[in-house]
Design a protein around this ligand. Structure first.
Ligand SMILES: [Zn+2]
Length: 231
């Protein structure tokens, strides 16, 4: 059985900090190596611009996708704003010689212009919609992001939150996580995220998140691949 592993590479918990790149990412990459996992990393263009060598390094083993330039809510963007976010990032990845054909919108929030913008920019697929299938949407392949059950997305954040109950969930065709979820010291965020959500997001983070994730990978005998490999 094959499933897709996806990683959204972004700033630490809605801050402007990038400590997760030093504190977590090397460990995550060796964990993937050890378990034969090839993932798709959806990377912010602004992050790639500041860390070109790191992105090229990840691209040697994994697939790189685009997560927009800044971590902004695409549902609030005009057609022009959408194009700016996509093309600005595309230019960064192109300048690094990293081929990028997939996109995931920040917060999984899209708008009606996105697919046309992606197509015009030469992208092949998107993975921002919720659902449980892969289908062709006007020439762009949509890898829908599945849920364990309604409202509980197949991400490490929900898996940690509902642990150990989540151990009984069946393995989805796609899973997602953020390296910052493994951070030991979580920076205080000035984001407008409701307090309860912030608090819930921190349940079983850090060291506990590693234990839970390791168990999830070991107990489910699945070949984890990137979006590109899955096709
Ligand atoms: Zn994100």
């Amino acid at each position: 059985m094959k499933s897709i592993m996806t990683v959204d590479l972004e700033y630490d918990w809605e801050t402007k900090e990038l400590r997760n790149l030093k504190e977590v990412l090397p460990k995550l990459l060796s964990f993937f190596e050890k378990h034969g996992i090839r993932a798709t990393f959806f990377v912010l263009g602004s992050l790639a611009e500041k860390n070109p060598r790191l992105i090229k390094e990840i691209a040697k083993k994994h697939e790189i996708g685009c997560h927009g330039f800044d971590h902004v809510d695409f549902s609030k963007l005009s057609e022009n704003g959408t194009a700016v976010q996509v093309l600005k990032s595309k230019r960064v990845f192109d300048s690094l010689g990293v081929r990028v054909t997939g996109f995931r919108a920040p917060y999984f929030k899209t708008n009606k212009h996105l697919y046309d913008v992606l197509k015009a920019a030469g992208f092949d697929y998107d993975s921002s919609e919720f659902g449980k299938r892969v289908y062709n949407k006007d020439g762009i392949l949509e890898f829908q992001v599945p849920s364990f059950f309604p409202l509980v997305k197949c991400g490490l954040s929900f898996y940690r939150l509902l642990y150990p109950f989540s151990k009984s969930f069946s393995v989805p065709y796609m899973f997602y996580l953020h390296p910052h979820e493994f951070m030991e010291k979580i920076p205080s965020s000035k984001s407008t995220m409701p307090f309860l959500l912030k608090w819930l997001g921190r349940r079983n983070a850090g060291r506990r998140a590693w234990q839970i994730f390791e168990q999830f990978i070991k107990e489910n005998k699945v070949k984890w691949v990137s979006c590109g490999d899955y096709l």
